[in-house]
Design a protein around this ligand. Structure first.
Ligand SMILES: C[C@@H]1N[C@@H](C(=O)NCc2ccccc2)[C@H](O)[C@@H]1O
Length: 448
């Protein structure tokens, strides 16, 4: 291994209560909200085909025009209690809010910048009321913070000379001050979700990212921060130059999911997902495919089955309301979660051989294993192959509590025959298992 000072400082996952809580929540809501919601992907009658929150980088959008938008940001329909209630009904257990995206506009009245909500017609802090409403609804809040800051005069993508280095140093002080300010103003937040850490100026100062992470942990012990903040002293990101994960969980799964358990290397991880192909901030015209409730449920279930968290993104409009499609998704997902949430919360990798009909999820630390069925075979028979020394003592449909009688078809192998082969939403079956050389075999073992 390579001698590193600013690489990973821990082998394996965090085992403390704050991380165990984060791991148990499994399902989060991302909210991208800011000035970019005003143009909503359109400018001077033209449509920007990139991600709406990147419109400032579009050649058709003069920087000075974008930078004046704060003068009209006035979310008169903003209702944080309603946002929290809808998130709760969807079944989200944590929420990640953009405090400041790459454009540098702060949704809180930072004392380190003029480019904040305090300079807008709205004037008032948006984060405080949101955090209070979500916490009251029993939902943890994490703060998204972009290191890239297109508005700050000292931001440099790369440091080419002494002047750049001096600016870079001033910028690092600014970042540290804003993050300490956020922790001081919002002491109930549970973590930071860092973004915009791919430029050379950040990548080439792994020491700073390491010291910053440790500084924030010292201010707020237990804080959960992903791997995207970190670089090591050789410029390696997420994983250090010895291949060890930095930060508290793998944070690279943006608009993509791991294929199998081998892709996550035993690390905690989280995937963040957009509803359209690639829009985080509000875009007036969603082009291309918009994900359905069942598609999103399959991503959520697959993530949990592979020991990860899944976060679905919402982009509120400039007036503070959600578009209809997003409201309908929250309702549809919530209806399924209300009945089947037990299979998601505290869900972990079951250690069973993957089958085509769907995904296994083990309730953490128990012998309860859920089968979440997305693909009912023509036969209606779901194959279940148990690991050695594990036997089946019960099976039931979670929603109806109807008992199922698995058919033993081989050594530690069963068919579970579904009552009906059609369903328009995922079916959850609860398996009760026993593991070890227990005397009483599973109740479905045929007499020898
Ligand atoms: C969570 C999303 N991250 C921002 C972004 O710029 N992503 C581009 C990107 C995509 C993949 C790896 C690094 C960066 C997007 O604007 C969202 O905020």
């Amino acid at each position: 291994t390579i001698a590193l000072i600013h690489g990973a400082h821990r082998m394996g996952n965090r085992t403390d209560a704050d991380m165990a809580r984060w791991r148990s929540l499994r399902f989060g809501q991302f909210i991208h909200w800011g000035l970019y919601a005003i143009p909503g992907g359109e400018w001077n009658g033209k449509t920007y085909n990139g991600a709406a929150e990147w419109i400032r980088s579009w050649k058709e959008m003069p920087h000075e025009d974008y930078d004046k938008l704060y003068r009209q940001f006035n979310p008169v329909n903003f209702n944080p209690q309603q946002w929290a209630a809808q998130a709760k009904s969807m079944g989200a257990k944590y929420m990640i809010i953009t405090t400041k995206h790459h454009d540098g506009f702060c949704l809180w009245p930072s004392k380190y910048s003029k480019y904040t909500i305090a300079s807008s017609p709205w004037k008032k802090d948006l984060l405080g009321p949101m955090i209070e409403a979500y916490n009251k609804a029993g939902i943890d809040v994490h703060l998204y913070f972009s290191i890239i800051d297109w508005n700050h005069p000292d931001y440099r993508a790369s440091l080419k000379n002494a002047a750049d280095s001096a600016a870079g140093k001033r910028f690092q002080v600014f970042v540290k001050n804003q993050l300490a300010e956020l922790l001081q103003r919002y002491p109930t937040i549970k973590g930071f979700w860092f973004d915009g850490t791919w430029d050379d100026s950040w990548k080439n100062d792994g020491a700073f990212s390491d010291e910053l992470e440790q500084y924030l942990q010292s201010l707020h012990p237990g804080l959960v921060m992903g791997s995207r903040l970190r670089a090591d002293e050789k410029g390696a990101r997420h994983f250090d130059s010895n291949g060890r994960l930095m930060g508290d969980y793998e944070q690279g799964w943006e608009r993509k999911l791991p294929a199998t358990i081998d892709d996550v290397h035993g690390n905690d991880w989280e995937a963040v997902m957009t509803v359209p192909e690639n829009q985080w901030g509000y875009h007036a015209k969603w082009a291309g495919h918009v994900k359905t409730v069942n598609e999103i449920l399959e991503m959520l279930v697959k993530s949990v089955s592979l020991n990860g968290n899944f976060v679905l993104n919402f982009g509120p409009k400039a007036d503070g309301t959600y578009r209809t499609e997003e409201q309908q998704l929250m309702t549809g997902i919530g209806q399924w979660m209300k009945v089947n949430g037990d299979a998601i919360y505290n869900g972990t990798y079951a250690g069973f051989e993957k089958q085509d009909w769907g995904y296994y999820i083990r309730k953490a630390g128990t012998d309860s294993v859920y089968m979440v069925v997305f693909n009912i075979p023509v036969s209606g028979s779901l194959r279940v192959k148990l690991p050695a020394r594990t036997s089946l003592t019960g099976a039931s449909v979670l929603q109806s509590n109807a008992t199922l009688t698995p058919e033993l078809i081989g050594r530690n192998e069963y068919f579970i025959h579904l009552p009906n082969k059609t369903t328009d939403s995922p079916v959850v079956i609860l398996l009760k298992t026993v593991t070890g050389e227990n005397k009483e075999k599973g109740s479905f073992e045929k007499a020898k």
